[in-house]
Design a protein around this ligand. Structure first.
Ligand SMILES: *Cc1c(COP(=O)(O)O)cnc(C)c1O
Length: 376
């Protein structure tokens, strides 16, 4: 089919300059293609068996277990499932928080992913936006002042573990200390680790997992791990989840997930990547990506472009590039900034080509103004 071939040719070409969005293309799932011959469906709870056999829940459970261990979830008190992506994972965390504290106030920073506001609206939750510092981290002074004036309400924190634009990390340990200091007894901490969760945990950086106070964690599967279809994982405490399942068993179901029918192939993609690479393989990828991001900052600085990145980030931020470069390299931009993300699969050769393009622009005097630039 001609139309399809044209499309594939175009995608092949565009994939060679895909450095602006956080989606690894460093995978080969050819061995799993036979799965596509069947109509598979992981409808319902991954931990509940039924007569329905056309599912991949045994793989899904292994994926959830891998992340439960990686994030140090409390022994025998964890539960989760493979979602349609980080957004659904965040929605689930907030849903649990709301069931626990229907009158809670949600606090999230202005650098939070755009989907969160919509989710809060869907859930009808009250919320307050907290300022960020220049690097994109939640401003703790603003947070302190804000919770002080709402002390009577349970606190629900939506912590960013790698923001979309600058990959900044909110300080979960500090947030927890503050809750303690102000004697706030009822609180829930959800960590949006969609982007950075897997590699930060592998590197043991970021201090956001269950040991540090997370009640639930969201990750995307198609980002660092990489998958041909969007997917994600949500990890929660089983004891918290049981409250929902009670509410639902009332209507006679173990409908513990958000949607009914669920993708049964994506869990196998993630499972396959985890099995093939193991923790060591994934850690190696994380280190390589980290090195490449540092290299990109270096190379851009060298030609006079004031690029920077947050600590343990794969996201490199720099003054907004021209429309031409942003189109070619598929760069996301926000305000004065553009970024590139050194996900696995991005190569040094690509960075060199990109830097050469930027250099040409700089020589032509077309790089965004430098005086507004923040250097970390
Ligand atoms: C990507 C991302 C999301 C949304 O995840 P999807 O998998 O695209 O649904 C949410 N939060 C952050 C910080 C992200 O990077």
């Amino acid at each position: 089919m001609e139309q399809l071939e044209e499309f594939l040719a175009k995608i092949r070409e565009r994939a060679s300059a895909y450095i602006g969005y956080p989606a690894s293309m460093d995978f080969d799932y050819t061995e799993l293609y036979p799965l596509l011959r069947y109509n598979l469906n992981n409808v319902g709870d991954p931990f509940v068996e039924s007569h329905f056999a056309m599912h991949t829940k045994s793989f899904e459970r292994e994926v959830v277990q891998f992340f439960a261990e990686l994030f140090h979830a409390p022994q025998k008190d964890w539960w989760g499932y493979v979602t349609a992506g980080g957004s659904e994972s965040n929605l689930y965390g907030l849903y649990l928080a709301r069931e626990m504290f229907p009158h809670g106030m949600v606090y999230y920073s202005e650098a939070t992913h755009y989907s969160v506001q919509k989710n809060l609206h869907l859930l009808g939750m009250q919320s307050i936006v907290i300022r960020t510092t220049k690097s994109g981290e939640m401003d703790c002074d603003d947070f302190r002042e804000t919770i002080q004036s709402h002390r009577h309400q349970p606190v629900i924190i939506m912590a960013n573990i790698g923001t979309t634009m600058t990959e900044a990390k909110d300080d979960v340990v500090l947030i927890k200390d503050m809750l303690k200091k102000y004697a706030i007894k009822h609180y829930y901490i959800h960590c949006d680790a969609a982007l950075a969760g897997p590699y930060l945990a592998l590197l043991d950086k970021g201090h956001f997992d269950f040991r540090y106070g997370a009640d639930s964690i969201a990750v995307s599967g198609h980002k660092f791990i990489g998958a041909p279809n969007p997917c994600g994982v949500v990890l929660v405490k089983k004891s918290n989840r049981d409250r929902i399942s009670h509410a639902v068993s009332y209507i006679g179901s173990m409908d513990t997930t958000i949607t009914g029918s669920r993708n049964a192939v994506t869990p196998v993609f993630i499972w396959y990547a985890l099995k093939k690479l193991g923790r060591e393989g994934l850690l190696r990828k994380a280190m390589e990506s980290m090195e490449l991001a540092a290299y990109a900052v270096d190379q851009l600085n060298r030609i006079g472009i004031r690029a920077w990145k947050n600590e343990w980030a794969l996201t490199v931020v720099f003054p907004q590039a021209s429309e031409e470069i942003r189109y070619k390299w598929q760069l996301a931009s926000d305000g004065d900034w553009s970024h590139l993300i050194c996900m696995p699969g991005v190569t040094r050769a690509q960075i060199d080509l990109f830097v050469a393009d930027m250099k040409q622009e700089a020589n032509a005097g077309r790089v965004g103004s430098l005086d507004r630039v923040y250097l970390s």
